[in-house]
Design a protein around this ligand. Sequence first.
Ligand code: B12
Length: 284
Amino acid sequence: MAGLYTPRQVAQAFNVSESSVKRWCDDGRLPVEKTPGGHRRIQLLSILEFSKAHDMNLIEPEALGIPYTGASENQRHQAYNSLVQAITLGDRETYTQLGLGLVLEGRPLAEVLDLGLGATFEAIGEKWSHGDLEVYEERLAVQIAAEFLLRVKMLYPCPEEDRPLAVGGTLSGDYYQLPTQAVEALLLSMDWNAFSFGTNLPGLTLAKAIENRRPRLVWVSISWIDSYSGMKMDLEHVRESARRVGAPVVVGGHGLSTQIENEFPEFQFLNNLRELQEFAGAQI
Ligand code: B12
């Protein structure tokens, strides 16, 4: 059964005894399912949550069918190339397992999102623009990536109410969901109470959300500018409300222009999620 593992496989992956894994299952630390024959089976996500909760990295990911990306730069490069291949072929299982495998092995989430999503879709975009990829294949890739981000989010327990609030999304005419979902997933992994309001948000409504929710951080992702004057107006609304509540605004996305950067010098313009990790980490 895809995504379900035996205690022996999990034991091999963590390099522990099978009886230890069975004990974790029986005392509830590792959620388990039973086959009709009463055999224990463990979900990949449960293994992930367990490894996070108990700070145990996988020693032998291959035991779970997850290619070992290893320590070497070259092996990691190969792993990220395999992600491009898997998602281009619409291979949901391999993309998800490999992507989660990288997180399991302790790769920084910001790196996995920048390379496993950002750079991967750069390649997808190239293939599309050269006619080597059909629109439906690009859209399937977006669905697979959106599911992957959902699974990543499920790795991190809901932050306590008192954790700092961050809100964001994309503005009018920008329908790109993955970048703002990726920002939300990264901030949640850093224990921010992060909410993406999604795509194509009129600036006025994001401004209203900032006034009402008074976040400690606001983000805007810009992948596409339909009308420059429209985008400028939206950003002005965001700037005003963020100034009123004293929240910094971080902005990123491949649709950014130097014109916007020059017109909104008080915003924090960042190139990728690794930079966001640093900036957001310094805010809390
Ligand atoms: C998927 C996709 C779409 C999908 C999106 C589906 C969806 N629901 O999300 C849809 C169908 C909407 C789409 C439409 C179009 N697309 Co399109 N699209 C893409 C594609 C392949 C991937 C974009 C993506 O989601 N990447 C994954 C995310 C995670 O990566 P990312 O955006 O790069 O974000 C990273 C960084 O920028 C940064 N980041 C991003 N936001 C933020 C925010 C903050 C705060 C921070 C810190 C960091 C940060 O971190 C991320 C992770 O590293 C790109 C190719 C590419 N080069 O990216 C083309 C691409 C952007 N599209 C392109 C075009 C031309 C279009 C259309 C105009 C086509 C058309 N004629 O209709 C329309 C415009 C639609 C619109 N008005 O929004 C061109 C743009 C060319 C240009 N000059 O800018 C590209 C580059 C393809 C190409 N190679 O030509 N597209």
